[in-house]
Design a protein around this ligand. Structure first.
Ligand code: HEC
Ligand code: HEC
Length: 496
């Protein structure tokens, strides 16, 4: 058996050495892995139960090492092999998505993102055969787990190629960056898996707290190194312009760099902050979180918007860094290289200077405002003269029976805290395409202001619509909401 390391690069080597081994990991599906319905797991503690299920599913709880080897592959053959494997890797991922979700293009009526892109409607997570949402909502977590009835779309979502990981950008972003700057963000081994209609609008509008009078200051453009100066000279301070310059300047990263151990056809200058946090928002590019080992336990992560970082006090889904300055430094020193400074040194570590660079970049990020929400008052709740009866009912449910407001506190709909939703109560530990589904742990309460603009949802993007999030919380929190109540809460979230 090929040695199994716990970080991105070596698993690529594993890819080369044995796609077969990879596929074996990927072939383990919920039905076959984990405890059988007969296993008497109810009396065990959650951790004991999960450890037992993981053992039964052949999941290694510990990697052989936390470090990636500093090796230099032969680039030509590497690219050839990985490009050849791409179609198979993508098919495996698309089959998984197909099994989980209804991915058709069905816009919801009467709602759009801030610049007009359609918002997808309806519950897209597929139900297991033979049950309805109402029946599921009436069952206990133990019952759902032992009967294997947790909808697969509610399970952790793997990266398009989980054992390999790394940054993957949407095609529309790759095309526009190439057109404007000549930089190529295409990977020869992987594409983003989610269809465009489930992604945020592109390029997204950009709103500044300091100049709300201007509306969208991006003028409908993707802000890059080519145009940031002409767009912002005269509306930002020189310090903020310098911060923005650094946010649109490429620096080396694990997949995009000048070494032979890269995933772009040509040597690359790297990526910019705004390649993911496009125009200070998000393009739903994806990545693996840097702070977990071994590889199979790392979470896929959907890019969070930077709109409203100014009102937040906790950064990263689990990292819990306390300031935007800290996160700005952390991105290039750790997240860009899977939390491994050894490999970073090889590929081109860029150490930002705290006083003159980090602070400027953070200062600009702190200007990024939430999009306008014309139906909200200064308290962040509905203006009754503008809201529909449905939205008002939704608000009452949000703060009442739905308990959403316990964690999503107005006016920004976050409590600046983390919560463990304990979704593992509903399923047995198992492997999904190289990703361990065992437990998520505590996750940041992401703000819901402007939430219709930032699909997909949850830290790993496992939910495609707001309707999905309501079904998810209905089950996870045991709310027993009626169909009407669910659609009222969705209507409320669409105007936040
Ligand atoms: C893969 C594309 C990617 C790039 C490039 C990137 N980020 Fe991020 N950023 C993320 C992801 C994913 C997260 C969430 C991480 C997590 O959940 O732990 C994040 C989180 C953040 C956060 C915290 C947001 C929150 O709501 O908790 C800040 C601030 C941030 N990034 C700033 C930056 C800066 C500054 C740069 C450039 C130095 C940068 N990012 C480059 C993907 C990216
Ligand atoms: C116990 C605290 C808690 C309660 C109660 C709660 N949430 Fe959340 N919510 C969270 C956390 C934590 C996350 C992030 C989870 C993750 O990413 O895995 C989240 C994420 C979300 C998201 C996705 C945010 C994003 O940016 O992707 C939506 C939408 C949401 N919640 C809606 C609701 C609704 C609607 C309710 C009530 C029916 C609700 N929440 C109740 C804590 C809570």
């Amino acid at each position: 058996m090929t040695k199994r390391y716990s970080v991105a690069i070596p698993v690529a080597v594993l890819c080369l050495g044995g796609m077969a081994a990879l596929q074996r990991i990927g072939a383990q599906q919920p039905g076959r892995a984990g405890a059988s319905p007969e296993t008497p797991t109810q009396s065990l503690s959650p951790a004991e139960r999960i450890a037992r299920e993981a053992r039964a599913a052949g999941i290694e709880l510990r990697g052989e090492t936390s470090y990636a080897p500093v090796s230099e592959p032969d680039f030509g053959p590497l690219m050839q092999k990985m490009s050849a494997a791409k179609a198979g890797v993508m098919k495996r991922q698309m089959d998984l998505l197909e099994q989980r979700y209804d991915m058709s293009d069905r816009p919801a009526s009467g709602v759009a993102m801030s610049k007009g892109k359609a918002v997808q409607g309806g519950v897209r997570v597929k139900l297991p055969q033979g049950v309805t949402w109402e029946q599921l909502g009436a069952m206990t977590p133990d019952e759902i787990r032992t009967k294997k009835l947790f909808p697969p779309g509610f399970l952790p979502l793997p990266h398009p190629n989980h054992p390999e990981g790394g940054m993957v950008f949407p095609q529309f972003h790759i095309d526009e960056v190439k057109k404007q700057t000549g930089r190529d963000l295409a990977r020869f081994d992987l594409d983003l898996d989610l269809p465009d209609h489930f992604l945020p609008e592109f390029p997204p509008p950009m709103y500044l707290t300091t100049r709300t009078d201007l509306g969208d200051v991006s003028q409908g453009k993707l802000v890059t190194s080519e145009n940031f100066y002409e767009l912002f000279n005269g509306i930002l301070t020189p310090k903020q312009i310098e911060g923005l310059r650094l946010l649109v300047t490429p620096f080396p990263q694990q997949q995009f760099n000048g070494t032979a151990d890269r995933r772009s056809e040509r040597p690359s200058l790297g990526v910019t902050c705004f390649d993911c946090h496009v125009n200070g928002h998000t393009n739903a590019a994806t990545h693996l979180v840097g702070d977990i080992r071994p590889q199979a336990f790392r979470h896929r992560i959907d890019i969070p918007t930077l709109r409203g970082v100014n009102v937040q006090r906790l950064f990263g889904s689990q990292r819990a860094l306390r300031t935007v300055e800290d996160f700005t430094e952390f991105e290039q020193r750790a997240a860009y290289f899977d939390g491994d400074p050894v490999i970073a040194t090889k590929k081109g570590m860029n150490i930002l200077e705290r006083g003159s660079q980090v602070h400027d970049m953070a200062e600009f990020q702190e200007l990024l405002n939430f999009p306008p929400a014309p139906k909200l008052t200064v308290f962040g709740t509905l203006d009754e003269s503008r809201a529909t009866p449905e939205e008002l009912r939704g608000q009452t449910l949000f703060f009442g029976k739905g308990k959403c407001g316990v964690c999503h506190v107005a006016p920004y709909y976050t409590d600046n805290n983390m919560h463990d939703l304990q979704t593992e109560r509903f399923y047995s530990a198992h492997m999904i395409n190289g990703r361990v589904a065992a437990s998520d742990g505590p996750i940041k309460t992401f703000p819901l202001r402007g939430i219709k603009d930032s699909p997909p949802y949850l830290h790993d993007g496992r939910l495609l619509t707001l309707e999905d999030t309501v079904e998810f919380f209905n089950l996870v929190l045991g709310l027993k909401l009626t169909a009407q109540e669910k659609s009222d809460i969705v209507a409320f979230m669409r105007v936040l």
